[in-house]
Design a protein. Structure first.
Length: 276
């Protein structure tokens, strides 16, 4: 699959690989691609359908088949795999050079607190980028509870004017933050910048530095009526009722502020426990 002719036309812009977990056709990903195209050379590789709540899963036995998408605002591939698959395959096979940055999002709905962050396919894709040694960002946007399902069912394309305007400002804020990220050296550790934008974000505030909240949300699975099977049912009221720490990502969301938590997964190695 030859992508070199596309890059022969580049204008020395930094290269950004974009992905998500809501699928290549998501209107929220398209908004991000369009916003990034002004400052970056953009290549998009995203799942061919929704892959939410899948974390950092990598396909073990699947025969992955990236398909180039025409009439897309960037060079783009749809992949029959997970968000992390998209990052790994694109960086190793589709890009002619290492990306300056990998951005995953904009996710339909927030990704705050550790239970949601570590379950998120959006964050999982960014984590894979960091594991490969690249700068990595994940971006998510809160949605009104009464509109979430209709926006999701439309593939992130049908929304009211308030959500549409918030999406525009969120995408623009991601670009500005990304320019700061690539101005800094590639981090030594496994670092993911996790951005979250509140309902009604108007672009007037830059993301505040926060930390990932830690809480227990309980089991997500409920027995289906009249069946032996169980299905994931998310209850946003659990998060809304949770006690929060000032300065956490959830606190920022409740205060109507955009936030960025710098998730340093290097601490997961256990090395600090060996220090005297």
């Amino acid at each position: 699959m030859d992508v070199l002719p596309f890059f022969a036309m580049t204008q020395n812009k930094p290269l950004a690989l974009l992905t998500n977990d809501d699928g290549i056709g998501s209107g929220f990903l398209l908004a991000l691609v369009e916003a990034f195209s002004s400052s970056f050379e953009v290549v998009t590789c995203a799942p061919d359908g929704e892959r939410s709540w899948i974390g950092h899963a990598i396909s073990r036995d699947a025969k992955l088949d990236p398909k180039e998408i025409k009439d897309y605002p960037s060079l783009a591939y749809a992949l029959n795999g997970t968000p992390a698959d998209c990052v790994n395959l694109a960086c190793g096979n589709l890009l002619p050079k290492a990306p300056d940055l990998v951005v995953s999002g904009i996710n339909l709905g927030y990704n705050v607190t550790l239970p949601m962050i570590l379950s998120s396919g959006t964050v999982g894709a960014a984590m894979e980028a960091s594991l490969l040694g690249f700068r990595a960002m994940a971006a998510s946007m809160a949605l009104p509870n009464d509109q979430f399902e209709s926006i999701r069912e439309s593939g992130g394309k049908e929304m009211d004017d308030t959500v549409r305007e918030s999406l525009k400002h969120s995408a623009e804020a991601c670009v500005q933050y990304a320019l700061d990220v690539i101005a800094a050296p590639v981090p030594d550790g496994l670092l993911v910048h996790n951005l979250n934008f509140p309902i009604g974000y108007d672009g007037s505030n830059d993301p505040m530095i926060s930390f990932a909240g830690s809480l227990y949300l309980g089991s997500f699975f409920e027995k289906q009526e009249g069946k032996r099977t169980y299905q994931l049912v998310y209850h946003p009221e659990r998060l809304e009722a949770a006690k929060v720490e000032i300065g956490s990502d959830l606190w920022a969301l409740r205060e109507g502020m955009p936030s960025v938590s710098r998730l340093d997964f290097s601490g997961a190695s256990g090395k600090t426990y060996l220090e005297p």
